[in-house]
Design a protein around this ligand. Structure first.
Ligand code: HEM
Length: 496
């Protein structure tokens, strides 16, 4: 009998060893009261994204700049102090993404966003030249073309009262990323509804819900849900789309090579515009070309990271500009002075728009497209003075850091000048501002995104005065990418 009891205890200890260690180390961490087994899971289950915003606000109010949450037996820690954020993002031992990113893997596999260690390092090195300023310079023409189409589409709303700007700019952002990443024109702006956009949005919802729903977090339980079936269908459609583009581009490239036209690199720096996909078809890692599957995971990653994020940044920048008439006037005067009335842009003129730059930065501070991101502790280690157990999730919250009065003066106010090098931009605050993350895993598309946002916003402002719908206030919804539940309701009036 005694042997049986001891054996049972040993087995239980072996099964729960890591959980016991987690509880032991996290025992004194501040955080909301957690129940055995479910932890704080019941506080988060079935919550809307709007309720989620308030729950996190409450945690911060009650527990400060470092706290923990238990989701079942998973330990999630939150760090809000810029010094801590700096340490985390610049620690090479902390480059692995949090468990929640695994929910993206059925779709994105292990592309640049989700991969880690050696695979990520080699890919990051190989892909960095694709975002060289000479290549971005070529992309500005695409930004210019697509924003001109957007101006045409906006005519339908000229002087006609309020409309939701979010889906309108989302289509422009999608057309831009399709053309720059894959070299194909989806022309979603010209059609009415894009199945691709719908699929991406629906899939993003499923992935986001899995990150906090205690049942859907489990791979095993998730397989029994309706959401799983839907996810599989959406992914197969999205993959089919990317596969078709890759194979037709590969064929085109082969034909060109056999007919003796110039190399990709020459084309990049020569007259012909190329897509990121063309570079992926040419690069070699350890002497080997990337397979179609390798390329698909990177293209899908660019499509995901490069479209919704920019769409959200565009929509919230329009909101902030519409809300602040004086700031809008200053932007307009700057743009008008730089490009005149013909309104064609290039890299040089966009770089000269320094006030607009401050406005876009300030908008990304208050409405960071990626409001929350995370890392995983892969071995027990000290992080910012706290011994964290293996498998702890670390969350960084740009959205909440932007609202922290110990980091920013008048944090809720829209003050572009805070980035002019005078106020609030000292070293201590650099990691208090992380809309593009920072350190090793910062956004590879940051310059691309800023140019695209500036090109699109300046084209809109040159053509239209924008106003906010009376008493409109966005209902911030923190999904994988920040959205507004009630849209971004603006009115426009042609300047001509
Ligand atoms: C306003 C627009 C954008 C914002 C705010 C943004 C923000 C971010 C953030 C916060 C991360 C880190 C995510 C994490 O650690 O989980 C990230 C990573 C990444 N972004 Fe962006 N992004 C934007 C646009 C773009 C664009 C246009 C592209 C591509 C064309 C892009 C490609 C990527 C990729 C590939 C990564 C992963 C980088 C790595 O881990 O090495 N992003 N982005």
């Amino acid at each position: 009998m005694l042997v049986a009891v001891v054996s049972l205890l040993v087995i239980l200890w072996l099964i729960f060893k890591s959980d016991i260690r987690k509880v032991q180390l996290a025992w004194n961490f501040p955080g909301p009261t957690a129940l055995p087994i479910v932890g704080n899971g019941l506080q988060l289950i079935n919550k809307t994204t709007l309720e989620f915003v308030d729950i996190i606000h409450g945690y911060i109010k009650n527990h400060g700049k470092f706290f923990r949450i238990w989701i079942g037996n998973e330990l999630v820690t939150v760090f809000m102090e810029p010094k801590d954020v700096q340490q985390i993002l610049t620690d090479v031992k902390l480059i692995t993404k949090a468990k929640e990113y695994k929910y993206l893997e059925p779709w994105l596999k292990t592309g640049l966003l989700t991969s880690t260690n050696q695979k990520w390092m080699l890919r990051r090195k190989a892909l960095t030249p694709a975002f060289h300023f000479k290549i971005l310079d070529e992309f500005v023409e695409i930004f210019d073309k697509q924003s001109s189409i957007l101006i045409e589409k906006l005519k339908a709303h000229d002087g006609k009262g309020s409309f939701n700007a979010f889906p309108v700019v989302a289509l422009a952002a999608l057309d831009v990323i399709c053309e720059t990443a894959m070299g194909v024109s989806l022309n979603t702006q010209s059609g009415s509804e894009s199945q691709y956009v719908k699929n991406v949005n629906e899939l993003a919802d499923i992935v986001h819900r899995r990150s906090y729903d205690i049942i859907e977090r489990s791979d095993m339980l998730f397989k029994f849900t309706k959401a799983y079936k839907r996810q599989q269908l959406l992914i197969s459609e999205l993959h089919k789309f990317t596969d078709t583009v890759i194979s037709s581009r590969r064929k085109e490239l082969k034909n060109k090579k056999s007919s003796g036209t110039e190399s990709i690199e020459d084309e990049f720096f020569g007259k012909k515009k190329k897509a990121l996909l063309d570079l992926l078809l040419e690069i070699q890692i350890d002497g080997k070309y990337l397979s179609d599957d390798d390329i698909r995971e990177e293209i899908d990653t660019f499509m995901f990271e490069g479209h919704d994020t920019t769409a959200s940044a565009l929509a919230f920048t329009l909101y902030n500009i519409a809300k602040h008439e004086d700031i809008q006037r200053k932007c307009y005067e700057e743009i008008q002075n730089i490009v005149g009335s013909d309104g064609r842009f290039n890299m040089k003129t966009l770089n000269e728009m320094t006030y607009l730059d401050l406005v876009c930065k300030e908008s990304l501070r208050l409405y960071p497209s990626v409001p929350i991101f995370g890392r995983k502790v892969t071995e027990e280690m000290k992080v910012c003075g706290k011994l964290l157990p293996k498998d702890t999730t670390i969350l960084i919250l740009p959205y909440y850091m932007a609202r922290d009065p110990t980091i920013w003066n008048n944090p809720e106010e829209f003050i572009p000048e805070r980035f002019s090098g005078v106020k609030d931009s000292d070293d201590a605050n650099i990691f208090g501002y992380v809309p593009f993350s920072g350190g090793y895993r910062n956004c590879i598309g940051q310059k691309f995104a800023m140019l695209e946002i500036k090109a699109t916003i300046s084209k809109i402002l040159l053509n239209y005065k924008i106003k906010l719908e009376k008493n409109f206030k966005p209902q911030d919804s923190l999904e994988l990418v920040i959205k507004s539940k009630n849209g971004i309701m603006i009115q426009i009036e042609s300047r001509k």
